[in-house]
Design a protein around this ligand. Structure first.
Ligand code: HEC
Ligand code: HEC
Length: 335
């Protein structure tokens, strides 16, 4: 900007004399001077706000509403606790997540930008805004200043209340993601407790959880056709979480079931697309009418039936989901 607020009064008079040469223009001169002064003060205020040091106090509301629902307590993923400055600076089981003066080399920033998967917050989309991400970057550049009230813990806001969209009471991914994060993600991640994710199934993002890439584990609207629900209920074996008991509480199972029944919506409220024609693989108990724990199967002339399964048998079903939500069984095998 060519304007300078440090114009000396002599320079100022010269500049004004150029623009207001006639002596009768004194009034206009002073009016212009006053306006110029006001603009200068405004500019300085704006600049000083823009340049103010970012401290932990600026970040803790974001951490409380978007991160602490998972990153707190004894089950925090990778032992990373983001409900206090102390926890943030302590980092995770893998080491520090912030390097003072080096935002681009800080795991925290890489996760917020999705340069290091899975992107954080795990409930996204929505992820953080560019402005919010920039605050974290500036805090790191500015040398990790604590700021006022940093000793106060950033208590978790349940269910990411701040940005929860209006819904008709539907359960959203943000309502159940903390369960998956604290009870499942330690194995169902790239390099988890058991090495690669079991069955290649990642539970560290919305997209991966509902993905139809190899086969469906969630059929939106139909909990009984969703292997994930069958596994947490124990209808399909081995029951999940694999390191249980303890398994999930009945309340946790119900909310995941309701999330699936409500359309497996993302945190913004959008239902997952109906995965017509996609493959799935279910385990459970057969009854008299070719139902799997109550889920009707469509048996056709091309369904392959192995090892003569009958009512009461535990079976594995491979099939596809039809547009009407029914399951066409391609193969039923007694186990
Ligand atoms: C719904 C649960 C959930 C929320 C909310 C969440 N995270 Fe995470 N976070 C996880 C899980 C699970 C992992 C471990 C993922 C993996 O296996 O790599 C993780 C890993 C991380 C890591 C990687 C640590 C390391 O050493 O590799 C960082 C950094 C992180 N989260 C920061 C954040 C921040 C910052 C927020 C809020 C803006 C946030 N997370 C919100 C579940 C969550
Ligand atoms: C200690 C590690 C571990 C934990 C924790 C864990 N799992 Fe698993 N998961 C496994 C293993 C191992 C398998 C493969 C088991 C098999 O079918 O032989 C598996 C399989 C699955 C499958 C079947 C995938 C498919 O393609 O058929 C689903 C669904 C699943 N887990 C969901 C979950 C959920 C939901 C949680 C949390 C509530 C969870 N898991 C926690 C280890 C784990």
């Amino acid at each position: 900007m060519p304007l300078s607020c440090n114009l000396s009064s002599r320079n100022y008079s010269r500049a004004v004399a150029r623009n207001y040469p006639a002596p009768g223009n004194r009034k206009r001169f002073w009016r212009a001077a006053r306006q110029f002064g006001a603009v200068c003060i405004l500019m300085q205020v704006t600049l000083s706000i823009g340049a103010a040091e970012v401290t932990y106090a600026d970040l803790s509301p974001i951490l409380a509403s978007r991160c602490a629902m998972c990153h707190s307590g004894s089950a925090a993923p990778l032992e990373l606790r983001l409900d206090s400055l102390e926890g943030l600076l302590a980092g995770s089981r893998n080491g520090p997540i912030v390097k003072s003066g080096n935002p681009a080399g800080s795991e925290l920033v890489l996760r917020l930008k999705g340069l290091s998967p899975p992107r954080m917050p795990m409930t996204g989309p929505p992820f953080l805004s560019d402005e919010e991400t920039a605050l974290f970057e500036r805090w790191i550049s500015d040398g990790l200043q604590p700021g006022p009230g940093a000793e106060k813990a950033a208590a978790a806001v349940p269910g990411s209340a701040i940005d929860r969209p209006e819904t008709d009471g539907s359960t959203l991914y943000s309502d159940i993601a903390a369960i998956l994060a604290t009870r499942c993600a330690k194995c169902h991640t790239e390099k988890g407790l058991m090495g690669a994710a079991p069955e290649g199934y990642l539970l560290t993002s919305y997209a991966a959880t509902v993905s139809a890439a190899d086969r469906l584990r969630i059929v939106p609207g139909i909990p009984l056709a969703s292997e994930l629900v069958r596994r947490i209920r124990g209808q399909a074996r081995p029951r999940m979480p694999f390191d249980g008991p303890p398994y999930l509480t009945e309340a946790e199972i119900r909310s995941i079931e309701k999330w699936v029944a409500d359309g497996a919506r993302d945190s913004a409220g959008n239902p997952a697309p109906m995965p017509t024609g996609q493959r799935l693989r279910l385990h459970g108990q057969l009854d008299e009418q070719w139902r799997l724990d109550g889920l009707p199967l469509t048996i056709t002339s091309s369904t392959r039936v192995d090892k003569n399964p009958g009512p009461g048998d535990y079976v594995r079903v491979r099939g596809r989901i039809r547009a009407d939500g029914k399951i066409t069984a391609e193969r039923v095998t007694r186990r």
